[in-house]
Design a protein around this ligand. Sequence first.
Ligand code: HPA
Ligand code: ZN
Length: 336
Amino acid sequence: MTDLSQFIGGLPKAELHLHIEGSLEPELMFALAQRNHVAIPYASVEEVRAAYDFSNLQDFLDIYYAGADVLRKRQDFHDLAMAYFTRAAADGVVHAEIMFDPQTHTDRGIAFEEVIEGLLSGMRLAETELGLTSSLILSFLRHLSEEAAFETLRAAGPWLDRITAVGLDSSEVGHPPEKFARVFAAARAQGLKITAHAGEEGPPAYVHEALDLLGVDRIDHGNRALEDPALIERLVAEGMTLTVCPLSNHKLCVVDDMADHPLDRMLALGLKVTVNSDDPAYFGGYVADNYRAVAKARGLSRNDLVTLARNSFTGSFLPPEAVAAHLERLDAYAGG
Ligand code: HPA
Ligand code: ZN
């Protein structure tokens, strides 16, 4: 391992853009299919991995929702979460804000309670066994209606004190943030933070809408903001965090080549960017792999890497005291 690779592995960091359903590794998919007697359209783990060849977001989403069908019981969600936290901790992640898609499960007849209680028990175990803290972001599927999102928010009612934020994911183009303005206003009124995928495949106008109509605290992806100089200026002025996902961008053809990834350009513009894994089981790597891939492709310095890790803490939804404690540890690591 090179010095830089080792430095990345030990760098204390937060992960802010992670879909827990996207951390379902083929091995666990097979094990759960067996445990729950669910048929899956693959004969082997190798066959599953071979199917992960995407040319856009929708290609991926079709396979991602199909894969999630093996998740049936509370224990499955617990196991899924613990598998992710174990990998994340090995990558230097000390705090993770994980998205889950309740509608992917409730629409299959799985109770909201099974999903969230399984995830919460995995989160508690990660804290005691791995020293990794985490929080939950309830993500609405944007290809479904706003009324369905409202229903999901209502279902979450008994757990609102254990949910930190709401998010917006799934098929972006044709489903602008505007469609969900009222449900996000309701979520904010209930004390939840707000994040939304915007500018992954959708135009810069969707990033404007996420800011103006949803009142986001973070933007997930945001790559296409680079097409709009006034928007860049605004994001910089507001100190808005962007949760960028390099391997995802490459796998979903948001960038054609990792060598062309704009992460260093975003840093140079003064955008508050972070590096995240999105759906690590599908995109070929966890968070440290994302740092390594973009560091290699774009020649990032140690300083750049420390800035990315710093942004991951200051862009998190942690209280200021916790952020300060993480930054102190980061500074000790970077200076040591
Ligand atoms: N984009 C939109 N929706 C998603 C993604 C993504 O990268 N991953 C899981 N759901
Ligand atoms: Zn995502």
